[in-house]
Design a protein. Structure first.
Length: 249
């Protein structure tokens, strides 16, 4: 795992966007794995700005998002489809049929998971996967205890994740109880992974990521075994790692 330490959220976002832009500009066609949450919003903002300044086109890009809440439609302001449209897709030239997010409204959720996994295969797999990290170490919505050999599946969200995400909802009760997420193995099959972490809330989990053994109780720990992971983290997120003088490069 390569670690790039940056000053703050803004620098994290700019570095991440620059990495994605280099990638997209260097490929004839590619598939990006995208994430939601508070962390990548600044990255998406920088990508939109680069598009507006004619530094990139997304015409040849395909995207697959990590996850989606069950029971929220694309028009629901808290659905991840809505988030992606608002924060990125509506502002760039990506063809809408190139953008994919699990359908949390599917009548048959197990079938939707199979369809999504097949879709990723058909696209030739994910080239570059953007990831955030939950405070309990979840990636996508793969909660602690998820099998490392999981593919796209239905999950019951932990109370810790529901309350961490309640800030986006007007009422905490409205946070869905279930989600569809790419599995850990789905994520690990990506050719390259870019994980972003910012803020003091992520300090403890980053410390665990660098010091704990690979264990299904910390889903992100599996990233230690991936051959091409870059972590861009700000000084707050790395504060505990540095305080403990953990050697990370
Ligand atoms: C959410 C998402 C994850 C995200 C994580 C961290 O639950 N499903 O994909 O990485 O939690 O969120 P944030 O970036 O808001 O800290």
């Amino acid at each position: 795992m390569r670690v790039i330490e940056v000053k703050d959220y803004r620098e994290m976002s700019e570095r991440a966007a620059a990495h994605i832009l280099d990638y997209v500009n260097g490929m004839k066609s590619c598939t990006l794995g995208l994430a939601t949450g508070g962390t990548p919003i600044g990255t998406y903002r920088s990508l939109v700005e680069a598009y507006r300044n004619k530094k990139v086109s997304f015409h040849h890009v395909y995207t697959v998002n990590l996850d989606e809440y069950v029971g929220l439609s694309a028009a629901h302001p808290n659905s991840y489809r809505f988030y992606m449209q608002e924060n990125l897709f509506n502002h760039i030239d990506i063809p809408s049929e190139h953008t994919h997010i699990p359908n949390g409204m599917a009548a048959d959720l197990a079938e939707e998971c199979r369809r999504y996994e097949e879709l990723i295969e058909r696209l030739g797999g994910v080239d570059l996967q953007l990831l955030g990290i939950g405070i309990n170490g979840h990636i996508g919505f793969n909660e602690p205890g998820t099998s490392f050999s999981s593919r796209t599946h239905l999950v019951k969200l932990t109370e810790s994740t529901r309350s961490a995400n309640a800030r986006f909802f007007s009422n905490p009760e409205e946070v869905p109880t279930h989600a569809i997420t790419m599995g850990i193995e789905t994520i690990m099959r990506s050719r390259e992974i870019l994980l972003l972490a910012g803020g003091i809330k992520k300090a403890e989990i980053l410390y665990k990521l660098f010091t704990e053994p690979v264990d299904e109780q910390i889903p992100a720990s599996i990233l230690q075994t991936h051959p091409n992971v870059t972590i861009i983290a700000d000084s707050e997120a790395l504060s505990r790692v540095k305080e403990k003088k953990v050697f990370i490069v």
